[in-house]
Design a protein around this ligand. Structure first.
Ligand SMILES: Nc1nc2c(ncn2[C@@H]2O[C@H](COP(=O)(O)OP(=O)(O)OP(=O)(O)O)[C@@H](O)[C@H]2O)c(=O)[nH]1
Ligand SMILES: [Mg+2]
Length: 226
């Protein structure tokens, strides 16, 4: 007779199923829904939403495109501060509830005027505060630079707005393995003090595809429950 699976085998199988659920979720067609500059234009809060925040040029739009497997869904650019609205993308399904992904305006770009920064902060704050279906904000951090003060400001804002968030390290294809490990350890140590931060950090490369399966699975956990 066949013996039952060991605990370890069970855990491996569960993780495989989790990754598969994430993969399937992202086989849905993704569509650009709309870009909003004011809150009154937000789409109805009737489905799970996750958002992507981070400094200008950190790779938010690139990561979104890589996640959904479409090169040009979200506009990427070499000009920091390109995405100036909250852009919404929808993953629709005939049989299941939909999912919204939102691409937030980048922050921390020195060359924008103070009044523009003020506008963005206002938009961001009211979005974070007034979005009941926002299940998690991913805060993207460039793995070459680690957490910066402007990231700390955003995380503080998320804390205050009771939005739970998770750090994603981006562009790890630019780092050697030892450098990756170093920035991961430093980032982990910093967020350990923070209760609103998810303890797991997802290490990604939009270019090489690293971490995408894990990120898709993390989003699927939010859609379907653990
Ligand atoms: N090597 C490498 N480059 C990347 C990666 N992700 C993004 N980039 C590059 O980084 C630059 C900025 O990427 P975007 O995705 O436009 O960044 P963003 O965070 O959306 O920028 P804003 O909309 O201006 O806030 C582009 O030149 C991308 O090609 C990555 O994983 N690896
Ligand atoms: Mg962008």
């Amino acid at each position: 007779m066949m013996s039952d699976l060991s605990e370890e085998e069970k855990a491996v199988k569960q993780e495989q199923e989790r990754l598969e659920r994430g993969r399937l979720l992202f086989t849905r067609p993704a569509e650009f829904l709309l870009g909003v500059v004011a809150l009154k234009h937000l789409p109805p809060a009737d489905r799970v939403e996750v958002s992507f925040a981070g400094r200008s040029n950190v790779g938010k739009s690139s990561l979104l495109n890589a996640l959904v497997g479409q090169k040009k869904l979200a506009r990427t650019s070499n000009t920091p501060g390109r995405t100036q609205e909250v852009n919404f993308f929808a993953l629709e399904s005939k049989d299941e509830d939909g999912l919204y992904l939102s691409d937030l305006p980048g922050y921390g770009y020195a060359k924008v005027s103070r009044s523009l920064v003020k506008e963005w902060t206002k938009l961001l704050k009211s979005y974070l505060r007034g979005r009941p279906n926002l299940r998690r904000a991913f805060v993207l951090v460039d793995s070459r630079h680690g957490i910066k003060d402007s990231d700390r400001d955003i995380m503080k804002m998320m804390n205050e707005c009771a939005v739970s968030y998770q750090i994603i390290l981006t562009k790890v294809d630019k780092l050697k393995k030892t450098e990756q490990e170093k920035v991961l350890a430093e980032t982990k140590a910093e967020i350990a003090k923070n209760v609103a931060a998810h303890p797991d950090i997802i290490v990604t490369s939009a270019v090489k595809g690293q971490g995408l399966a894990e990120l898709r699975a993390a989003i699927a956990d939010l859609v379907y429950g653990n």
